[in-house]
Design a protein around this ligand. Sequence first.
Ligand SMILES: N[C@@H](CCC(=O)N[C@@H](CS)C(=O)NCC(=O)O)C(=O)O
Length: 188
Amino acid sequence: MPVLDHDGFLVQDSVAISEYLEDAFAKRPFRPAGAAARARMREWTQYIAAEPTWAIKVPSFNANIRPQLAGSLSAGQLAAIAARMPNKATAARWEQAATTGFTEAEIRASLDRLAATLDRMEAALAAGPWLAGADYSLADMDMAPFVHRLAGIGESGMIAARPRAADWYARMLARSAFATAMGFRPAA
Ligand SMILES: N[C@@H](CCC(=O)N[C@@H](CS)C(=O)NCC(=O)O)C(=O)O
């Protein structure tokens, strides 16, 4: 999991990190001022941590981690690494990525869950232009890497099939901070 080290002060988990960064550094708020919009934002950040964060792992590991790991570690090396992982489901996923790989059914089930996430975005963005409403917020920042990863693993069609989500993603790609964070040139 991500850990922020700010001059020796450690913060773990992306939601806590992004709120800390906003409190410590942001020149403008990324949590909406109104109670209703702020509640919407929190619904999103909690949902993102609980659902797409996990759903992305099988297709993402299949596309990105498995090609690097497959056949590169002995069974003993792999067992030693897995034994150091406190979360057993996480350890099992790494072992699967390095050995048998993931089944089509497992990948399909994860992509179906991510389709439901995109459907949820599509519904929320009817009252947009951002996920929590009028203001760009931590909800959009939290969601963006998962949509971007879907595009990166050849699933752009899932995004394109949902016009409001596709428009939201195009607006994310045009943000210079997102481009800097993800290491690409912002869309014109
Ligand atoms: N709830 C955590 C999830 C962290 C997470 O999913 N990290 C990604 C990479 S940044 C990952 O794949 N971690 C390794 C794993 O799940 O095995 C957070 O967002 O802070």
